[in-house]
Design a protein around this ligand. Structure first.
Ligand code: ACO
Length: 370
């Protein structure tokens, strides 16, 4: 018995921005971007919000709309849980998950947002699987828990909101989108066979995006001071110092944007991805030869090629969807999974690995039987 994927979907915003267009913003070239990353264009939200895209993706995954992959049409009242991974929510409250739940009429679902950077969808699946297993009939303590039989797991990002469009090191890399999967606890199918999640310290702040809570605070360390409302929040300076952003922000860069030391992240990614794949295989007592298909995070084509080479696998065993999307953080894996189902790369009974890495540094993988 296990947590099985019974549907997935994706939605991208309308505007397609080819590399050439970015030369209007920063000193770059189509040749540099495409050869260093595999990215040719990315989709950018102008009028769409994060939840707008997630709604489209979820409707496909639930079998309510054309596109995507779904084994059946799921009734709205049959979804017990919504887990929404994002680093770029439309609002803090209500959560994206709550807004999505309301729009879809998922009247019985508990719903929450979560953030594990680009590995968020992997973390979300592991939470869904664990809650399903813990509440399954016969599980110790199940009677005291919400029964979670079906869950909607979303990765949705309006990442281009937190991009510094004057920073060529980052702005060429990212794009927007949302992907969703419906998972179901099935007594007859193995579903998720193993999973692995991990954090390594990002000692040098190689990947950061500060939060920006800028309501004036009428407090000083001595107590209430209405005049403090006029001054800068002193804790912001501490956060800037902790994240190494003081200099950049003093030079006029916006605060709440992604900042990245590409080579350090590259180095982390190329070791974390193979390590996570090896760990899920070890936990399931399988080898890479037992796996038919791999769905990796899409940050850079060179990272995927490196992982394939390191594992001795042809690139054809990996779904590669980066060319016209770029990196959309936690939305990448569910969108890429949807591509793999749509193009017929995943067949019933196949063993599939989803694998990702991201800021924090987070990493992880899920191994499941389709
Ligand atoms: N156009 C032209 N030149 C550029 C650009 C650009 N857009 N960006 C950087 N350069 C220049 C640099 O300034 C540097 O010039 P210099 O040699 O004169 O100093 C030169 O290109 C080489 O820069 P590198 O950083 O060494 O380039 P690299 O080959 O490492 O590629 C890249 C950079 C694409 C960012 C790569 O390091 C990478 O993909 N890293 C991992 C990124 C990643 O995975 N991020 C996501 C993780 S988490 C998440 O998904 C949110």
């Amino acid at each position: 018995m296990g947590c099985t994927i019974i549907g997935c979907g994706k939605q991208l915003p309308a505007l397609d921005v080819p590399n050439e267009e970015l030369t209007k913003l920063v000193d770059t070239t189509d040749e540099w971007i495409s050869t260093r990353t595999g990215i040719l264009s990315r989709r950018v939200c102008v009028t769409e919000g994060n939840v707008d895209m997630a709604e489209g993706a979820a409707r496909q995954a639930l079998g309510w709309a054309d596109g995507g992959y779904s084994q059946c049409k799921v009734a709205p009242e049959d979804i017990d849980l919504v887990i929404y991974s994002t680093i770029s929510p439309d609002e803090m409250v209500p959560t994206c998950a709550a807004v999505l739940r309301r729009r879809l009429g998922l009247v019985n679902a508990a719903a929450f947002d979560m953030n594990a950077a680009c590995t968020g969808f992997i973390y979300g699946l592991t939470i869904a699987e664990t809650m399903m297993a813990a509440s399954a009939p016969g599980a110790p303590g199940a009677a005291g828990r919400n029964p979670i039989r079906r869950a909607l797991v979303v990765g949705g990002e309006r990442l281009t909101r937190v991009v510094d469009w004057a920073d060529r090191n980052t702005c060429v890399l990212f794009g927007d989108g949302a992907g969703a999967a419906v998972v179901e606890w099935d007594e007859r199918k193995p579903g998720i066979l193993s999973w692995f999640i991990k954090n390594d310290d990002d000692h040098t702040n190689a990947l950061t995006c500060p939060a920006c809570f800028d309501a004036p605070q009428p407090f000083t360390p001595e107590g209430v001071d209405p005049n403090a409302l006029q001054q800068a929040d002193p804790s912001i300076a501490l956060i800037d110092a902790e994240l190494d952003t003081t200099e950049r922000i003093a030079a006029g860069a916006p605060r709440q944007v992604l900042s990245m030391h590409g080579q350090k992240v590259f180095k982390f990614a190329t070791s974390a991805m193979p390590a996570a794949i090896e760990e899920v295989l070890r936990r399931a007592n399988l080898t890479i030869d037992d796996v038919q298909f791999i769905v990796p995070h899409q940050a850079n084509l060179r990272i995927i090629k490196y992982a394939a080479k390191r594992m001795g696998l042809p690139l054809e065993r990996f779904q590669v969807s980066i060319a016209h999307r770029g990196n959309s953080s936690s939305a990448c894996i569910p969108m890429t999974l949807c591509d793999a189902y749509e193009n017929g790369s995943i067949h019933p009974g196949d063993k599939v690995v989803l694998v990702g890495f991201g800021g924090g540094f987070t990493s992880g993988a899920v191994l499941y039987e389709a």
